[in-house]
Ligand binder design. Structure first.
Ligand SMILES: [Cu+2]
Length: 124
């Protein structure tokens, strides 16, 4: 009986996706050719948030923000090399706890940053 009571909380902690469902607010971030919406992206420091990326374009884009992702505690979702890659029309979610600061984000595809795909991330 006692062992069952001990295991249950561990299972809850081991599943970050469960924490996501329990209450992190969702911040939608749209990618289009060529920009992000909203801009800037404003987040609360130290509070879990689910970034819900949606690529509204007919071509691939990414959300590259190495320093931002490195400073954040990633709870769930896939962030490779400091970026989230999105195929045309694709959505992806990343739940994280951001650290206070001001960060840059851009699309890493050739010329996309120059064409307008860049924004600030303000965490306060
Ligand atoms: Cu792009």
């Amino acid at each position: 009986m006692r062992s069952v009571l001990l295991i249950a909380p561990l299972l809850l902690c081991a599943d970050p996706a469960a924490a996501q469902v329990v209450g992190a607010p969702v911040q939608s971030i749209a990618l289009y050719s060529y920009g992000f919406n909203p801009t800037p992206i404003v987040l609360n420091a130290g509070k879990a948030v689910t970034l819900s990326f949606v690529n509204r374009a007919g071509k691939s884009h990414d959300f590259t923000a190495e320093k931002f992702f490195r400073a954040s505690k990633i709870l769930s979702g896939k962030v490779g090399e400091g970026e989230v890659d999105l195929a045309p029309g694709q959505t992806a979610s990343v739940t994280l706890i951001p650290a206070a600061g001001r960060y840059k984000a851009h699309c890493g595809h050739p010329f996309h940053k120059m064409l307008g795909m860049h924004t600030d991330i303000i965490v306060r």
